[in-house]
Design a protein around this ligand. Structure first.
Ligand code: SAM
Length: 300
């Protein structure tokens, strides 16, 4: 019995030593050029994300967690796994989580909320949009949900002062992990600091220890989440009245961006609106839209 225990302990110790050795080797090792090239092409063709040589160190550091989780000793082994039939099926979703940037927050880019309230919603409502059938809004690249829930609050407030108004929000992202967070609709209290107090009171429920909030059903019942990769050919079941696609295309090259905006225009009603991020631009692209405010466009 005592011998069994000491054998088991020796095995655990040697396993631990091996893991520590792998980790130390990994910290010292560098990804080969061939592997970087293969990853870079894959990430660009499958997810649209640019991966120039300047991003190699970043990619290496982001991969380390995956290598440790899989018990792999180096980037070459990881590369072979990602391209193997098993890796194709099981690892691609982890790869997406590793290479995407999910930074977001509530009420991001405040000028957009003024434009919604003072220009876009009055113009659409004046044409009867949202009356009889819901106004359709798409948050494309929604990350952990702060953008669609902010939009939910804006639209719900509009409805409170415009009788008969109804809306529905479609929120999509490529990452299943981030979509699961968005659907959970639970946020740390620090994350909702920017939300105006009356909205917090109306749309959020505090946990008993006051450390978390959960979005109220007033919002969650209005937002539906779906996985969508912008690189795939897609057509939404219904054309949209408003599309928000902010802080997503900065990671794409110009040709991919233009192709994507063409797809957005094909899914936007004539007279519908497209919002992009303040660090993004559509200049030089031939698209059936006209500017109506900085970073806001209307479908012709
Ligand atoms: C920086 S976040 C932007 C979130 C939000 N729109 C905002 O402005 O706060 C970018 C999001 O785009 C998603 N994304 C990246 N590549 C994508 C692709 N090919 N298809 C769909 N979503 C993608 C990422 O997963 C990430 O959640």
């Amino acid at each position: 019995m005592r011998k069994d225990i000491s054998n088991a302990k020796a095995a655990t110790d040697s396993g631990l030593k091996q893991t520590m050795q792998n980790t130390m080797n990994l910290a010292r090792s560098e990804m080969g050029q061939t592997e970087f090239q293969r990853f870079s092409e894959l990430i660009h063709t499958e997810f649209g994300i640019k991966m120039p040589p300047s991003k190699k160190v970043l990619l290496q550091s982001r991969f380390q967690k995956r290598l440790r989780a899989l018990g792999l000793g180096g980037y070459k082994e990881y590369c072979d796994y990602v391209f193997s039939p098993e890796g194709r099926e099981k690892e691609r979703s982890h790869l997406i989580d590793v290479v995407t940037t999910n930074t977001t927050h509530f009420f991001r880019e405040p000028k957009h909320w003024d434009i919604m309230n003072n220009l876009v919603l009055p113009e659409l409502w004046g044409r009867g949009v949202g009356r009889g059938s819901p106004l359709r809004l798409w948050s494309a690249g929604c990350s952990s949900g702060e953008e669609p829930y902010t939009l939910g609050m804006i639209l719900h407030e509009w409805g409170a002062s415009h009788q008969g108004f109804d809306f529905s929000i479609l929120a999509t992202d490529i990452s299943r992990k981030i979509l699961a967070e968005a659907k959970r609709a639970v946020y740390a209290m620090e994350k909702v600091e920017e939300v105006p107090m009356p909205y917090k009171k109306k749309y959020m429920l505090k946990s008993k220890d006051k450390k978390l909030v959960k979005m109220d059903r007033l919002l969650t019942s209005k937002v539906s989440f779906q996985r969508l990769n912008f690189i795939d050919d897609f057509k939404l079941p219904q054309p949209q009245d408003i599309i928000f696609c902010r802080n997503v295309v900065i990671y794409f090259d110009r040709a991919t961006q233009e192709g994507l905006f063409e797809k957005f225009c094909n899914n936007l009603k004539s007279g519908g609106y497209l919002f992009i991020g303040h660090s993004e631009s559509l200049s030089g692209m031939t698209l059936p839209i006209k500017p109506v405010a900085p970073t806001v466009f209307q479908r012709i």
